[in-house]
Design a protein around this ligand. Structure first.
Ligand code: MG
Length: 231
């Protein structure tokens, strides 16, 4: 049983957000320099993640709020409309699979049941799965609001999976590795180019555990075939 994270593990995601953040800096440049705009947006996202959840809609709401705040209410309705348009664009963006994912998943689907476990907005995430062209390879897809030990416990119990027989693969130590180790599963870290600031794990928690780190999605079949213990 192999668990797969989706965003920035199977396909590019963060880059989409960074592109729009650059447009946002431009849009508010009358009122704030780039650094101030970034910090303000991040603070809004942080303050609202529990209300907005992860995903494009929450990101759009955070940009709207931040633009209103930074402009002291002077941002125009037309500009607020542009921000919503960016969100729509992100939702329809073609899926860019990461290097080696398509070929490797084909191999893995022959040896493992593949369970996608992803967090975020249900519609966004299921839409990406449907558009990625690989959904026929997935056994099930579970979208959870937050990837904590309880969420993994619930997903695995719901699917009748013993955590001891479950290996999770993902780009986030905080979301894909630590909570799975905490419930007695195995986890493989597959780093992406950048780590979203909200995904930075607690260094003490990381220091307390050991887990394998692979350089490429292509390394997975050999790694799993080797049956290497978590080291
Ligand atoms: Mg991810």
């Amino acid at each position: 049983m192999l668990g797969l994270d989706a965003d920035d593990t199977l396909w590019e995601n963060e880059e989409r957000f960074h592109e729009v953040e650059a447009r946002f800096r431009d849009l508010v440049s009358t009122w704030a320099d780039g650094e101030t705009a970034d910090a303000a947006l991040l603070a809004t996202e942080r303050a609202n993640i529990a209300r907005h959840g992860y995903g494009i809609k929450g990101f759009v709401l955070s940009m709207e709020l931040t633009a209103i705040e930074l402009s002291g209410g002077a941002v125009t309705a037309a500009d607020l409309g542009r921000i919503i348009g960016w969100g729509h664009e992100m939702m329809a963006h073609p899926i860019e699979l990461l290097d080696g994912v398509a070929e490797t998943l084909d191999v893995l689907a022959g040896t493992h049941r593949l369970l996608v476990v992803t967090k975020g907005d249900l519609g966004d995430q299921l839409g990406k799965v449907a558009r990625c062209g690989l959904d026929h390879l997935f056994w099930h897809v579970d979208v959870v609001p937050e990837k904590d030990p309880e969420a993994y416990r619930r997903v695995l119990a719901g699917r009748g999976i013993d955590p001891a027989e479950f290996t999770m693969v993902g780009n986030s130590v905080k979301s894909d590795v630590l909570p799975v180790l905490a419930i007695g599963g195995r986890a493989v870290h597959l780093p992406h180019t950048t780590t979203w600031v909200f995904e930075e794990p607690d260094p003490d928690e990381v220091a307390a555990v050991d887990f394998p780190v692979l350089g490429s999605f292509r390394d997975l079949p050999a790694f799993l075939d080797g049956g290497d213990p978590v080291s």
